[in-house]
Design a protein around this ligand. Sequence first.
Ligand code: FAD
Ligand code: NAP
Length: 548
Amino acid sequence: MSETLVRPHDRAARFDAIVVGAGFAGMYMLHRLRVSGFTARVLEAGGDVGGTWYWNRYPGARCDVESLEYSYSFCPEITREWSWSERYAAQPEILRYAGYVADRLNLREDIRFGTRVTGAVYDEDDGCWTVTTEHGAPLRARFLITAVGCLSAANVPDLPGLGSFEGRWYHTGRWPHEGVDFTGERVAVVGTGSSGIQLIPAVAEQAAHVTVFQRTPNFSTPAVNGPLDPARERWFKDNRDALARRARTSPGGFLIEYGERSALEVSPEERLAEFERRWSRGGVGFLAAFSDLLLSEEANRTAADFVRDKIRSIVTDRATAERLVPTGYSIGLKRLCLDTGYYAVYNRPDVTLVDLRETPITEIVPNGIRTAGETFDVDAVVFATGYDAITGALLAMDIRGRGGRRLRDAWAAGPSSYLGLMSAGFPNLFTITGPGSPSVLTNMIVSIEQHVEWIAACLADLERAFGPRALIEAEAGAEAAWMDHVRELAEFTLYGRAESWYSGANIAGKPRTFLPYAGGVGNYRAMCDRVAARGYEGFLRTALPEGA
Ligand code: FAD
Ligand code: NAP
């Protein structure tokens, strides 16, 4: 064939599957694909494995699910060999864990690092995806699996004058690998979500002065972190399989005590004692104290008021305490923050809180941040301003399905997906922890393992039934019914009433729709398993005609 007749993709490297992203999802997906005998290549923008933990190197970064649980469960050797040092591991240790898993399973040889995927086009003639990257030749695969992360597209606010700032600025999710030394500096932190709440006390230890710019006060409960108890670790490892089964069938994928009574059916004394018990134990279990904290505003108010009182009891300056107290909305409708010394940090003379609801930021000036009230001279600004969550990294790629239809156009009014796994019109494209799946409401390792295992089994079943030209695609009707169900659940819980990144409210112009599935990990798993057992109900499975 003459060179001129070769279409670019004819020369592209060809695999059974291409996976985008080498965080915990992409790493495990690669492993499962290999086990099933598929050829696969992972494309990762970063320089190594770890995803979230590769990028988020800010001081204070650590997990909010206990390390023992925030670990893969699929491999007994990994469980046996790896030991965590703390109840909630810090970022460097989690990144080491990711590296250890990559070594143990020899993953890196099938991962191409420093490779950002820019687009992917489905070819209806041969049922293959052509994947383009920032550098290098396109690659081709029958299956395209995104593992791009729900929280990987950093949101840097478009503040006027940022380009004129003469100091240094950072986003928590793009932290410099060499670290940042704030010793003796005046540091501004914009944002008080989970990232800001972890970072602020750690930066306060170094900096000469920290000024926190808070738009919306958040609810945070203590992590009560500390060295991992060796007896607990032994017990956990000895019972790993049973504990994994429990996590998989639980509401959130967390091994916490899920209270079964309503907060409103117990006496005020009993309720207080239960909140107190969970507050002093630390962790996300606080929100599971009673069965209806995320279902009833009245029940929720009891928990929210408890935390409000705690803030007032910790923060000594009355005016600062009142600025930190979240009012007018419920607790837990954004992921509950876990902190180490967050509220107490405001008792330091070298930490100042600026309430942006009173005095909004008007511009960034060369020497600092100007608000409607005054100008704050700073040497560095940290944006702890979150992410274009769940859909941001997916839509950053130009993905085109049947008839050249862009995913961006298909999702213009909000994402549409069957089970959070596939979208009609995009055959053989799977989205790990995609919109409409439990993802960010859960222990994400549990959700990732479930999606990866389901996809791997689905591909193996598909190949057995339809051979190497197999196609699978979500049916439009099943997808629409699923999205209705996701919406109903959001409305049934309190989530549907919240303004948060869960529904895209933090990104200007993003369609407002509650993105994750709020029915719980266990229910979701059961539904996915039922769909598979019924011959992949709601999916159209077929083989590309011979000669096509
Ligand atoms: P990620 O870890 O985000 O990995 C996605 C990868 O895809 C990234 O490496 C990215 O570079 C790559 N990528 C994206 N787009 C492209 C592209 N176009 N081309 C090539 N590569 C691309 N969850 C919990 O359950 N518990 C926690 O304690 C917890 N703590 C968190 C702390 C922080 C600071 C953040 C930001 C999130 C946290 N999360 C937590 C959520 C966390 O994102 C998940 O737990 C998990 O790490 C997600 O893994 P992933 O592989 O799906 O995605
Ligand atoms: P986030 O929860 O979205 O918080 C972003 C913060 O920045 C909010 O306080 C937000 O205020 C503020 N903000 C955004 N734009 C702003 C602007 N233009 N001006 C002023 N303030 C602005 O993001 P995050 O803290 O990075 O956390 C995201 C998620 O990642 C968490 O919910 C969690 O799931 C995960 N995470 C987990 C941990 C952990 O504990 N392991 C740590 C970090 C992150 P508004 O609320 O007013 O929008």
